[in-house]
Write a protein that binds this ligand. Structure first.
Ligand code: URP
Ligand code: ZN
Ligand code: ZN
Length: 491
């Protein structure tokens, strides 16, 4: 007995047509007109769209960062993702300084024990010693095909150009892809110190410490290096005209370079959000920073002309008003150690959040809540707003992530044989985004009060229903690790 999705409008990266879709077991078995319903559960999809489950390839669940730990984990973050139509994500394993890539992987596997949706891992290299260089090819045996390097966060994650270039050469040799956080971290430190010395400590100065020029410069450097190394490159969280121009130049040269932006960079602004009075702007502190409308327009153009391939979230959320309980003393006593475990045993305590940066913008934990909002906001602003066709929406949110990261067509596609990760989308459903109703573990919403039209009503993962309206039907441990393949598409 299977599930027959009757009369839905199927949207793929290429097509939009009315059909029935039959799922048996965990995969799609048939797509056609008037399929026999005998013995199957029928889901009436008249007036609804069927699209592949969304894939968010840029998330940071339960990440130790900025003096605290990001809120959503592989439990709450997964539920939130699915309520927004995302059925798979790829999280960044961080190599511990002095440790191996496998050490990082073991840590992330432990976090993922409670997975509710499918997931994969990228490997962020922070310490590329000779032994680590030799370890890189073994990542392929673990189903990891993507290596991330940070050109920013000096003295934390940042690597130098030698390291980046050598990693590119190694990745090229093995058909892997390099991902970069592209901001010039050396210049950022200088700008930051100067601003703080001038007493410019409010959240909005975060922008001035990370202007578009340092993003554009680093993007250009990475693009040119990838061209020289003939290495697949994927520039994460692109925000501005300067970096898009660098990517466009590289693509015009025929380099194998691609890029993503994140939903927040199409809407949130420096002037209205980051520059809000008091400490309110800290809610929007992320790196690179949010930009103003002129950069949003550049991003929409890059979406339309194919310079950008993917929209993700960089989901990494922190409380706005965190730090409930004597956490400062606790951190002192425990040397900043295992906050998450402590918090689990002491439910009345809450880990620190954005308030860590009161009086010093550079200490505000960088990151935002978005994993639940991505599809609804991109549909609303992109499709309803006339920037994207429904097919291009599916391509950027579901299909290209699978193609670029080596899991197509198992994921990201509604085709026979694919995993039955299916979103039943109601293009007429009205929904108001709000912290009060969201599932993300966060006390604010980036899009508070935004009324969107178009939202998921049912969400299925490998044939099992996870979401039915407001009801959660998933289970811990049900999410599977998805091993990925090298030599994936260059788009
Ligand atoms: O502000 C951000 N982006 N936080 C998460 C870490 C990163 O740089 O991706
Ligand atoms: Zn980043
Ligand atoms: Zn990130």
């Amino acid at each position: 007995m299977g599930t027959l999705f009757r009369n839905g409008t199927i949207i793929t990266a290429a097509d939009m047509f009315v059909a029935d879709l039959l799922v048996e077991g965990e995969t799609i078995q048939r797509i056609g007109r008037a399929l026999d319903a005998a013995g199957h559960t029928v889901v009436d999809c008249s007036g609804k769209y069927l699209m592949p489950g969304g894939i968010d390839v840029h998330t940071h669940l339960e990440l130790s960062f900025g003096g605290t730990v990001s809120n959503d984990d592989f439990d709450s973050g997964h539920k939130a993702a699915a309520f927004g139509g995302t059925t798979m994500h790829i999280d960044f394993v961080i190599q511990p300084k002095g440790g191996s890539l496998h050490d990082g992987l073991a840590e992330w596997r432990a976090k993922a024990q409670k997975a509710q949706i499918d997931y994969g891992f990228h490997m962020a290299i922070t310490d590329l010693r000779e032994d680590v260089m030799e370890e890189i090819p073994s990542m392929l045996d673990e189903g990891i095909t993507s290596l991330k390097l940070f050109m920013a966060y000096k003295n934390v994650y940042q690597v130098d150009d030698t390291t980046l270039y050598r990693a590119m050469q190694m990745a090229a040799k093995h058909g892997m892809i390099i991902m970069v956080h592209a901001e010039n971290g050396d210049v950022e430190v200088q700008l930051r110190q100067q601003l703080l010395a001038e007493g410019k400590t409010d959240p909005v100065w975060h922008y001035s410490s990370r202007p578009p020029e340092i993003e554009g410069e680093a993007t250009n450097r990475a693009v040119v290096m990838a061209g020289l190394a003939d290495c697949r490159l994927y520039v994460v969280h692109m925000t501005c005209e300067q970096s898009i121009a660098a990517l466009r130049r590289g693509r015009a040269e025929g380099y194998p370079v691609m890029g993503e932006s994140c939903v927040q960079y199409f809407h949130i602004t420096r002037d209205h959000h980051l520059g809000a009075p008091g400490f309110e702007g800290s809610k929007y502190v992320c790196s690179p920073p949010v930009r103003n409308e002129e950069h949003h327009a550049v991003l929409w153009q890059a979406v339309r002309d194919g310079t950008l391939q993917v929209v993700s979230t960089d989901h990494c959320d922190f409380w706005y008003e965190g730090g409930v309980g004597p956490w400062q003393q606790w951190q002192k006593d425990h040397n900043g150690g295992k906050w998450v475990e402590f918090e689990a045993q002491n439910p009345s305590y809450r880990r620190p959040g954005k308030e860590l940066g009161k009086g010093n913008f550079s200490k505000i934990p960088n990151g935002l809540p978005a994993i639940e909002d991505r599809m609804m906001v991109m549909w609303h602003l992109g499709v309803n707003g006339g920037h994207l066709s429904p097919q291009r929406f599916v391509e950027m949110n579901c299909t290209n992530p699978a193609r670029i990261f080596g899991m197509y067509p198992r994921k990201g596609a509604l085709v026979v044989g694919a995993d039955a990760d299916i979103v039943v989308w109601d293009p007429n459903k009205q929904h108001t985004l709000s912290a009060a109703t969201q599932h993300m573990r966060c006390d604010y919403s980036l899009f508070e009060g935004m009324e969107v039209q178009g939202a998921p009503v049912q969400v299925f993962q490998r044939g099992k229903k996870l979401v039915e309206g407001a009801q959660w039907l998933g289970k811990n441990g049900q999410g599977q690790y998805i091993a990925r393949e090298a030599n994936a598409a260059i788009l």
